[in-house]
Design a protein around this ligand. Structure first.
Ligand code: V0V
Ligand code: CO
Length: 142
């Protein structure tokens, strides 16, 4: 069901500062920058590698407000890994299958994610303390 690690989501206070760090330290290149009001974040995807099932990224996340998932996480735990995003072929089918196994779905239906992806989150308490995101990438343009 999981085809790759699509991204590792990292919570930070200052997006521009962390982008500069990842660029300068690891030579990563920013593939996209977006504000996602629904998710309460300003985020950037930094390209790590391409694989047979698609690309993988580091996602840097700065909260738009304190009362958002990333804002609350920063207040409670400070900067660090916030979630893992796994690639799936079909996010609707994956949600149905995973929900059927008793894992709480934070999204019953997919929502809009970075770079045109369809995304859905699983409750961290049902995934061993790991906030888990399913990512169906936008079909590649020709
Ligand atoms: C909270 N908890 C976490 C966590 N956030 N555990 C692991 N990883 C995290 N990131 C724990 C927290 O420590 C509490 O445990 C418990 O869950 C309840 O947390 P809370 O602070 O009371 O917060 P809630 O319940 O209001 O919200 C937590 C959830 C929320 C996970 C439900 O953050 C959520 O719906 N997240 C999904 C959306 C999201 O994260 N969007 C931002 C990324 P204790 O202390 O009680 O034991 S957007 C994105 O990735 C995009 C756009 C993309 O990839 O394209
Ligand atoms: Co994400």
């Amino acid at each position: 069901m999981l085809t790759r690690i699509d991204h590792v989501g990292i919570a930070c206070h200052d997006l521009e500062e962390k982008i500069a760090f990842y660029e300068g330290t690891f030579g990563l290149i920013v593939a996209s920058r977006e504000v996602n009001e629904q998710q309460g974040v300003k985020e950037a995807m930094l390209h790590v590698a391409d694989g047979p099932a698609g690309a993988s990224y580091v996602q840097l996340l700065e909260p738009l407000h304190p009362d958002t998932p990333v804002g609350k996480f920063l207040a409670k735990r400070g900067e660090g890994v916030h979630h893992i995003g796994y690639g799936v072929e079909d996010v609707v089918a994956a949600l149905e299958s995973i929900g059927g196994k008793g894992v709480r779905l934070l999204d019953e239906r997919p929502r809009h994610g970075s770079m045109g992806a369809s995304i859905a989150f699983l409750h961290p308490k049902d995934v061993g303390g790991v906030l888990t995101e399913l990512v169906q990438a936008r079909p590649r343009q020709h």
